[in-house]
Design a protein around this ligand. Structure first.
Ligand code: GLC
Length: 735
C-alpha cells in the first residue's frame, strides 16, 4: 500500500473502533450532535414516559426516564442565590444542613453597576453554586420592566430601561450556562406588578410591547441563548401568559427561534387545551382545582399529565405536539445535564464572596453628598451613631421565592464596626417593622415612641449619624405576592429622620430598597446613599463606600419620582395602575420611566442613570465617525472623559438618541449605549462606543416590524438621562 492508502486504512480502523467503543445508543454519546441525541432518545421513549416528562413530579422537579438513564430536571430559585432544599411537595424548607448559600446582590444592584462584566461575573458565580447543588435550571434572572415604584418584585429585576436590561441579562445568562446549568429568564411577559398577578389582563399597544417589555427577553433568547423561559401568571390579550399562543408560539418560538423549554410559573396553568396547543412545554406547581394549594395534589392530574395523555390516546391531540415539548426538554438535558465536560461548580467559595462584594460595591449609588459629608475616613470621628433597623436586619431572608438561607450575611452595622471599631460606633434601632412574612403584614409590637426617643438620644451625642433604613422584604414592601401600599418610607421612618435631624444635622441616609421612595426630608439631609439589597457582603460593601475605601460608581436603573403621581403609569389613574382587578391598561404606552419625565418635562427627584462619585468627571464633545449613515451601518461615537478629581473612580457614561422629526411619537431620548470607564485621578481617556443604526428603529404598528426613518437623529453623551453633556446630529440616508 502507498502512504495515502495506509493513512486512509488507519482512519478507517480508528473510526470503526470509536463506533465500536460507543456501542450504546446515540443519545448517551455526548460527542454526538444534540439533535441526533434528541432523536435517538425520543424514538426509545414510551408515550407515558413522554407525557410524564412534561409536568412536575415534585415542587421543583420533573421526571426523566429512569429506564433509559435520562436524568430528572431539577429547578431551583432564584436570581440572587440558590434557594434551600424544600420538601418533595411543599414550599417548606427541608432543614438540610449543607444548602446555605452565598447571597449575591439583588438584580437592581447589578443593573446599577451599568457594567456587563459584573453581570458575567455574577452569572458565573451563581451558576457555580447552582451546578454544585446539582440543579438543571436556575429560575432566574427576572427582567420585567420597572413600570411603577409600587411593584413588590422590582428588586428582582433590572430597572426601567429595555436597553440596560438587555445588556445586563445576556452576560448573566452566559455566565450561568457556562456551568452546565440552564438559566430561566422570567416572567414572560408583562408581569409588572404583584397585585392580582395571577389573573390581571394587561392591555397595551404593540409598540409598547415590542419597544419596552419584550427587548430584554428577546436579547436573552437571541444573544444569551437562554435554555428556558418562564411564563408569567398574568394574562395578555385575555389569555394566561403560560399558555399564550401569541407570546409563546408566534413571538418566542417562531419569530425569535427559541429552541428551549417554556416552563410555567408555579400554578400558572389553568387548562389542558391551551397548555397543549399554545407553546407550554413543562408545567410546574399547578393547583388543579385552585382550592387546594399544595401537598397531596396528584401530579398525575396536572393539566399536562393524564388529561394530556388521554387526549393523545383519544386522538384529540397529535402526538407531534407532545414530541415537540419532549424534544425541547431532552435538548435542555443534553445541552446541560448530560453535556460533555460539564463543570463541577463551587459552593460558598471565597471567590463568590469576593464577587458578591465587588458587584455590591459597584452598584451602590451616591445620590447626594453636600459639603463632602462623605466619605468618612476611619479615625475622622470618635462617635458615630448608626441608627435604623436595616442596619441589623437580614435582608436576604424574605421577599418571596428569592428568599435565601445564607451561609453568612454581614449586616451594615457589622461592616461599619469592623472598619470604624466598636469604640467609635453606637447603635439604636430607631424603628421596628415586625417579623419577616411572605403572605401577611406582620405588625411590630415594639413601642415606637421609646425606639424614637432612644435613637434621638443616640444621635444627639454623635459627631455623625448613619441612618440605615429603607424598605425590607416583608409583605407589601419589596416582596413577591403583593405591591407596596405607600410611596413613603414605612414604619414611621420619615418622622424618625426629622426627629434625628433636629438634634444632629450631620446625617447620612443610607436606603436599603429595591424601589424608589419619597424623600420629604431630602433638603435637610446632606448625604444620601441608595444601597440595594446587597446579599452576604452587604455590610462590607456599604462600609467600604462610606469610609472611602471604594469610590461609588453605581447609577440608578430606574427614576425616583418626586411624588408618586409623577410616575407615568400612576398619572393615568386606577385603570392604568393597578387596573380594575380584571384589566389593566398601560396608558403611558412607550413613555415609561425617564422617557416620560423627559418627554413631559417633569423633573424627577433622581433621574435614571444618575449617580455621584467622590471624584468628578469632565466630558468632551461627542463626535461621530461620519455625518450620514446607511441603515445597516454602525455609528462610531467618541469623546474624551477626564477624571478631574483627586481620587480614582469609574463613570458609567451614557449615549442617548433622539429623533426630532419622526412620523410617530418618540420619547425625547432613549438609551442606546453605555460604558463603565475606570480612570485614575487626573487621567483622561478617549471613550469609544457604538450605536447600530438599526437600533434607532421604532416598532411600526402598520407594518408590524421595525422602521428606521431616514433623516436626522441626534446623539447625546450624558452622565444621566437628565445630564446631557453634548450632542451631535447625524443623517440616516433614504434607501
Ligand atoms: C413563584 C415565582 C417564580 C418562582 C416560582 C418558584 O411564584 O413567581 O419567580 O421561580 O414561583 O418558586
Amino acid at each position: 500500500m502507498n502512504k495515502l492508502q495506509i493513512i486512509m486504512f488507519c482512519q478507517l480502523i480508528v473510526g470503526f473502533q470509536s463506533t465500536a467503543q460507543n456501542t450504546g445508543p446515540v443519545y448517551l454519546d455526548s460527542s454526538q450532535p444534540i439533535e441526533k441525541r434528541v432523536e435517538s432518545a425520543l424514538s426509545l421513549m414510551t408515550l407515558k414516559e413522554k407525557v410524564d416528562m412534561c409536568h412536575a413530579q415534585s415542587k421543583f422537579s420533573s421526571k426523566g426516564v429512569p429506564r433509559l438513564g435520562i436524568p430528572e430536571i431539577w429547578t431551583d430559585d432564584g436570581p440572587h442565590g440558590i434557594r434551600e432544599e424544600v420538601f418533595w411537595d411543599d414550599w417548606s424548607g427541608a432543614q438540610w444542613t449543607n444548602d446555605s448559600c452565598t447571597a449575591f446582590p439583588a438584580l437592581t444592584c447589578l443593573a446599577a453597576t451599568f457594567n456587563p462584566d459584573m453581570a458575567l461575573l455574577y452569572g458565573k458565580s451563581i451558576g457555580e453554586e447552582a451546578r454544585y447543588r446539582n440543579k438543571t435550571v436556575l429560575l432566574g434572572p427576572g427582567v420585567n420592566i420597572y413600570r411603577t415604584p409600587m411593584n413588590g418584585r422590582n428588586f428582582e429585576y433590572m430597572g426601567e430601561d429595555p436597553y440596560l436590561s438587555s445588556r445586563i441579562v445576556v452576560p448573566y445568562i452566559q455566565g450561568v450556562q457556562q456551568n452546565g446549568v440552564s438559566a430561566c429568564v422570567k416572567h414572560f411577559a408583562l408581569n409588572n406588578q404583584e397585585l392580582w398577578r395571577d389573573h390581571i389582563n394587561v392591555v397595551l399597544s404593540d409598540r409598547a410591547l415590542n419597544e419596552i417589555y419584550l427587548p430584554a427577553f428577546k436579547a436573552a433568547v437571541e444573544e444569551g441563548k437562554v435554555g428556558a423561559i418562564m411564563g408569567s401568571y398574568n394574562q395578555f390579550n385575555g389569555v394566561h401568559c403560560c399558555t399564550n399562543d401569541l407570546l409563546l408560539n408566534q413571538i418566542l418560538k417562531k419569530d425569535w427561534k427559541f429552541e428551549g423549554v417554556v416552563i410555567s410559573d408555579w400554578g400558572g396553568v389553568h387548562e389542558t387545551d391551551k397548555a397543549v396547543r399554545n407553546g407550554l412545554d413543562l408545567e410546574m406547581g399547578t393547583s388543579i382545582d385552585g382550592l387546594t394549594n399544595n401537598g397531596g395534589i396528584p401530579y398525575s392530574e396536572y393539566y399536562l399529565a393524564n388529561p394530556f395523555l388521554k387526549g393523545i390516546e383519544s386522538g384529540k391531540y397529535m402526538e407531534a405536539l407532545l414530541n415537540d415539548k419532549v424534544s425541547r426538554i431532552l435538548r435542555l438535558i443534553f445541552r446541560f445535564t448530560m453535556s460533555q465536560n460539564r463543570p463541577y461548580g463551587k459552593f460558598i467559595s471565597p471567590e463568590h464572596s469576593e464577587a458578591a462584594r465587588k458587584i455590591a460595591e459597584e452598584g451602590i449609588v451616591l445620590l447626594k453628598n453636600d459639603k463632602q459629608s462623605l466619605p468618612v475616613p476611619v479615625g475622622k470621628y470618635k462617635r458615630i451613631a448608626v441608627i435604623g433597623e436595616n442596619a441589623t436586619r437580614s435582608v436576604t431572608l424574605g421577599g418571596g421565592s428569592s428568599s435565601l438561607k445564607v451561609a453568612y450575611e454581614v449586616t451594615p452595622l457589622a461592616g461599619l464596626v469592623a472598619l470604624y471599631g466598636k469604640k467609635s460606633v453606637v447603635y439604636s434601632q430607631g424603628y421596628a417593622s415586625g417579623s419577616v412574612s411572605y403572605d401577611r403584614e406582620e405588625q411590630s409590637h415594639a413601642n415606637t415612641d421609646s425606639l424614637v426617643h432612644a435613637a434621638v438620644e443616640t444621635a444627639r451625642g454623635a459627631e455623625i449619624v448613619f441612618y440605615i433604613g429603607g424598605l425590607n422584604k416583608n409583605r407589601f414592601q419589596d416582596c413577591e405576592g403583593g405591591d407596596r401600599k405607600t410611596y413613603n418610607l414605612p414604619f414611621g421612618q420619615d418622622k424618625l429622620i426629622e426627629a434625628l435631624l433636629k438634634v444632629n444635622r450631620n446625617l447620612t441616609v443610607i436606603l436599603l430598597s429595591g424601589n424608589a421612595v419619597a424623600m420629604p426630608w431630602i433638603d435637610k439631609v446632606p448625604a444620601i446613599v441608595q444601597s440595594w439589597y446587597l446579599g452576604s457582603e452587604a455590610g462590607n460593601a456599604i462600609a467600604d463606600v462610606l469610609t472611602g475605601a471604594v469610590n461609588p460608581s453605581g447609577k440608578l436603573p430606574f427614576s425616583f419620582p418626586k411624588k408618586l403621581e409623577d410616575n407615568a403609569a400612576i398619572s393615568f389613574g386606577k385603570l392604568s395602575y393597578p387596573g380594575d382587578s380584571i384589566n389593566e391598561c398601560y396608558k403611558e404606552d412607550i413613555l415609561v420611566g425617564y422617557r416620560w419625565f423627559d418627554t413631559k418635562h417633569i423633573a424627577p427627584l433622581f433621574a435614571f442613570g444618575f449617580g455621584l462619585s467622590y471624584t468628578n468627571f469632565e466630558y468632551g464633545k461627542i463626535t461621530t465617525d461620519k455625518k450620514t449613515y446607511n441603515k445597516d451601518e454602525t455609528i462610531k461615537v467618541s469623546f474624551t472623559l477626564k477624571n478631574i478629581g483627586k481620587v480614582d473612580g469609574a463613570e458609567a457614561v451614557q449615549v442617548y438618541v433622539s429623533q426630532p422629526k419622526a412620523s410617530v411619537l418618540r420619547p425625547a431620548k432613549e438609551l442606546k449605549a453605555f460604558k463603565k470607564v475606570f480612570l485614575k485621578a487626573g487621567e483622561s481617556q478617549s471613550v469609544e462606543l457604538e450605536v447600530k443604526v438599526k437600533d434607532l428603529a421604532f416598532y411600526n404598528e402598520k407594518t408590524h416590524g421595525w422602521s428606521v426613518e431616514p433623516g436626522q437623529f441626534v446623539l447625546h453623551n450624558a452622565a444621566s438621562s437628565a445630564e446631557v453633556k453634548s450632542s451631535v446630529s447625524i443623517q440616516v440616508k433614504k434607501e
